[in-house]
Design a protein around this ligand. Structure first.
Ligand SMILES: Nc1ncnc2c1ncn2[C@@H]1O[C@H](COP(=O)(O)OS(=O)(=O)O)[C@@H](OP(=O)(O)O)[C@H]1O
Ligand SMILES: Nc1ncnc2c1ncn2[C@@H]1O[C@H](COP(=O)(O)OP(=O)(O)O)[C@@H](O)[C@H]1O
Length: 178
């Protein structure tokens, strides 16, 4: 069995996490790898239904996702996780859990500037925040603790989706995981 890994794509809303994860998943599947994308919205509908966006709930959400990702990765799946995970200590706990089991955990910071994210505004959240209809939006009026030493940092505003996905693929390749 080939080695699995968790690849966590952290970044602001509309940074490009989900798009990159799905582009990469397509390429890996074509090559015969087993891949799962643990999409944040889907997780919040099922595994984390009822959780909100305060610090404690985001931490719980990230730990649950980290738990599932580690199980999948330990059993040979490449688990791609496009989830904001705004707090460094939450991400560190997920990393530690992977280390305990000897499972690879890679952190990719999709570091698109907030100005570009709010221009993209895929789900209209930045507009809602600006209109006073939403508070606690990550990167605007809620914290985002950017990773200080990610395995990869992506400037999606200067790349095509395919280029960004290829850079994550190259990281996996370097580590013997693709
Ligand atoms: N207040 C606030 N802040 C940030 N994001 C918000 C908020 N409210 C709803 N959303 C939408 O929910 C998605 C974030 O959920 P996640 O589970 O990925 O985030 S977290 O790690 O628990 O913070 C996130 O998805 P992405 O845009 O794909 O990042 C948002 O669309
Ligand atoms: N290099 C890139 N990588 C990822 N997304 C990009 C890139 N360039 C432009 N985009 C666009 O940015 C948007 C990102 O949205 P999405 O992937 O839903 O973000 P997130 O999951 O981080 O909230 C999409 O409309 C996507 O087409």
């Amino acid at each position: 069995m080939t080695s699995g890994a968790t690849v966590w794509l952290t970044g602001l809303p509309s940074a490009g996490k989900t798009t990159i994860a799905h582009a990469l998943a397509g390429r890996l599947r074509e090559e015969g790898r087993r891949v799962e994308v643990l999409d944040g919205d889907e997780i919040r509908t099922f595994l984390s239904a009822g959780l909100g966006f305060d610090r404690a709930d985001r931490h719980t959400n990230v730990q649950r996702i980290g738990f599932v990702a580690e199980l999948l990765a330990r059993h040979g799946v490449t688990a791609l996780v496009p989830v904001i995970a705004p707090y460094a200590d939450s991400r560190a706990a997920v990393r530690a859990r992977h280390a305990e089991h000897g499972t690879t955990y890679l952190e990719v910071h999709v570091a698109t500037p907030v100005e570009v994210c709010s221009e993209r505004d895929v789900k209209g959240l930045y507009a809602q925040q600006a209109a006073g209809e939403l508070t606690g939006l990550t990167g605007v009026d809620d914290p985002y603790e950017a990773p200080t030493s990610p395995d990869l940092r992506i400037a999606s505003q200067t790349q095509t989706v395919q280029e960004s996905a290829a850079s994550v693929y190259a990281l996996l390749s370097e580590r013997g995981l693709a």
